[in-house]
Design a protein around this ligand. Sequence first.
Ligand SMILES: [Zn+2]
Length: 380
Amino acid sequence: MKFQVMGIVACLALLPACGHKKRKKDILHAPDVLLVETPLSLAGTSPASRDDAAFNRCMTGNADPDVLAGCNLPYVEVPSIPREDQVESILGSTLISHDWQKERFRSFLLSTRPEIISMLSCVKGVAISSDIRPSFYYSPSGGIYLDAGYFAATTEESGTVSTNPDSREQNFDQIDLLFFTVDTVKPKTAEEARYLDLEGLLAHELAHACDFKADAVNGRHLSDDLPETPENAVYQLAQWLYFGNGSAKAKLSQYTPEEIGKSYEESPIVDIYGYGNRYEHLAMIVQNHLAFEFDGNNRVDLLTDNPKEKQNLRDFPIYWGMTGKFCQPDLFAKGRDITKRAVPMAFDFQRTIADCPTVVHPAGTAVYQVLGLPPSRPAS
Ligand SMILES: [Zn+2]
C-alpha cells in the first residue's frame, strides 16, 4: 500500500515537474464476478489430502459469497519453527500467475519478521497475479489477493504485470486538493524499497484477515472495538478519493482545506484511508504500528493543491500538514493494544512513543521544507 507513496518520494526527489502522486490502496471486497481472471497455479507442495482443484476454484473461480462460503477452506497451517518449514507451508497454499513470483515470495518470507509469518495463519490462501490491482482481502474466501507488481524485481518480471491503473486514480484528478502521505524511512536500494512496500502491503491485508478470523473464532471482529468514524470534513475527502462517493465529493466544497486538515488532526482515525470503515481503520492502525516497530517508520500527511502539468509539487505551500498522526498520545497506546491483538504470536514493542514525535506543520510551509528536501529551483 501504500504504495505509490514511494512514487511520490521519487517524484519529489528526481523530477523537475511531477504530476503523479497517487496512492494505491487495497479494497476489502472484490467487485467483479471473477476474483482473478488469469489462470493460477500452485507455488509449492500441496498439503496432504487436499483437493487442489477445489482449492484453486474456491480461491479464484467464483466471487459469489454463498458459493465461496460453501468452500470453507481451512486456515493455512504455519508451524512454529523452523522458518523453512513455515515458508513451505505458506507456499503450499499460494497461487501464482507466473513462475518468477514463487522465488520472490519465498525470499521475502525467509527474511521477513516472525510477526508477519504468524499473521499468515489468519488466511486460507494467498493469490498473486499479474491482473490483480489493487490488492485486497476477500472475506468469503478468506484469501488475500496480491498485485504481482509488488514482487517484480526485473524489467522482464515487470513486463508480465498489468499496466492498468488502479481504477480509483481518476478520483484524485477530479478535485483541486491533493492529500498525500510520505513515509519517513527512506530505502537505500530498490531491493529495500520493494521489501518495505511488500511488508506494508502484507501487514495491511493480513490485519484484515486476522480481524475476520477473530470474528469467525470468537464471534467478534477486533475492529468492533474501534471508535465510530466521524463524518467530518476529511471523511468526505476519503469517501470520494478511495470509494468514489459522489455525494461526499459534493460536500467537500463546504469546507476549506484548513478545515479538512484540522478535522483529521482532531479525530481518532489514524490514517485518511481509515475513514473508509472500521475494517480499514484497523488495517491502517496495524500497518502503521508494525512499520514503526519494525523499521522506525513514521508518516507525514500533507494537504496542498493538485499539481498541474509542469508544476513541481515540491515547491507547493501546504494548507495543513502533520507528522505522526498515529503517535498522538491519546491514540498511540490504544493502537498498540489492538495491533498486539491482531498479531497471533506474542510479542513486545521495543520502540517507545518518545521515538515517534507528533508535529503539526504550519500552513504556508513548502512541501520540500516539511520533507527536508532541497527546493526544485534556486531561490531568487
Ligand atoms: Zn484494506
